[in-house]
Write a protein that binds this ligand. Structure first.
Ligand code: BDR
Ligand code: CA
Length: 309
């Protein structure tokens, strides 16, 4: 049997993070979950990850990370989308396991050494833990096979401010460190996400599966689905599952562009991804921007997270 892809997920669950984590457990060897603050505070994101791992019936280690951004005070959370606990305020019974004692940044460095040359890091949260790991060991990228980041809004159509996407806007200094140091990031941005939403009827079909993972996702995603529909959206935006699909099945990507990306740190554009579309800076590309994805393939991969294939 071919070896499964070793994947380390840095995440802030989060409803869409939850589906991405389910997908990864179905198709890859998930070597750890690094937990960041973001959608909601670290205590909730860590508890949510532990609950999810328990529901899957897995033993994936969960490493709590930074409770706040590297430099600035935490901006507004995304509780209005994901619920105050990040999991739709269902009042679920907490998982029995606890987080591992190792901080996420150190776990990233250790796992990158243990799986040197093979590890795929999928960053679905503010980049705080990864930036800290990079500051501790600038050689980290040389040991990592791929870094897939869900973040940014490549033409400036933000979802948390006019120009910034949530993950980058939550901790712009961390994102700046990662984009400055990493030679090639595979970027799944918010604007791609909006072109690849998934219909509410499809989601309802997944949620109806007779499977504990489907039941959990059904419960925790209700508030988010209602919030999205109340805003007039016809589809659910599943940013993190889209990034996970790109990580798990790169052949789903039908178009990319390699460009240099920087992070704005000041003023109204703070947290924006500054894409050098015309190579005015003359700098070498550091990012492969995913421009298009096979929608049917993405939906099939997401559905398989619930055991329906
Ligand atoms: C990103 O922000 C979070 O709210 C989601 O979990 C996703 O990672 C989308 O902008
Ligand atoms: Ca997330």
């Amino acid at each position: 049997m071919p070896h499964k892809l070793p994947i380390l997920i840095d995440t802030d669950p989060g409803v869409d993070d939850a589906l991405a984590i389910l997908m990864a457990h179905r198709h890859a060897d998930v070597v750890g979950l690094g937990i960041a603050a973001g959608n909601v505070g670290l205590a909730h994101t860590t508890a949510n990850a532990l609950k999810l791992v328990e529901t899957i019936g897995a033993t994936t280690p969960v490493f709590a990370g930074c409770a706040q951004p590297l430099v600035a005070p935490p901006p507004e959370s995304a509780a209005f989308v994901h619920g105050r606990d990040g999991f739709g305020d269902t009042g679920y019974l907490p998982g029995a396991r606890r987080a591992d004692g190792e901080p996420a940044a150190l776990a990233i460095l250790r796992l990158a050494r243990e799986h040197a040359g093979k590890l795929v890091i999928v960053a679905l949260a503010p980049l705080t833990n990864l930036a800290l790991a990079l500051r501790l060991d600038p050689d980290l990228p040389s040991r990592v096979a791929r870094l897939v980041v869900m973040g940014g809004a490549v033409t400036g159509r933000g979802n948390t401010s006019v120009a910034a996407e949530f993950n980058i806007g939550f901790d712009p200094e961390a994102a700046s460190i990662v984009f400055a140091a990493w030679p090639q990031i595979e970027l799944v941005d918010w604007e791609l996400t909006t072109r690849h939403g998934i219909g509410f009827d499809t989601i309802a079909r997944w949620c109806a599966a007779d499977d504990p993972r489907a039941r959990l996702f059904d419960a925790i995603s209700r508030k988010t689905r209602a919030w999205s529909q109340a805003r007039g959206r016809r589809q659910l935006m599943l940013a993190d599952p889209l990034a996970m699909a790109v990580a798990l099945q790169p052949e789903l990507v039908t178009r990319t562009q390699e460009l240099h990306v920087d992070i704005a740190l000041h003023g109204a554009a703070r947290g924006a991804t500054l894409v050098d579309w015309e190579n005015r800076s003359g700098r070498a590309p550091n990012t492969r921007i995913v421009v298009d994805v096979d929608q049917a393939g993405f939906e099939a991969l997401a559905a398989s997270a619930f055991g329906t294939e």
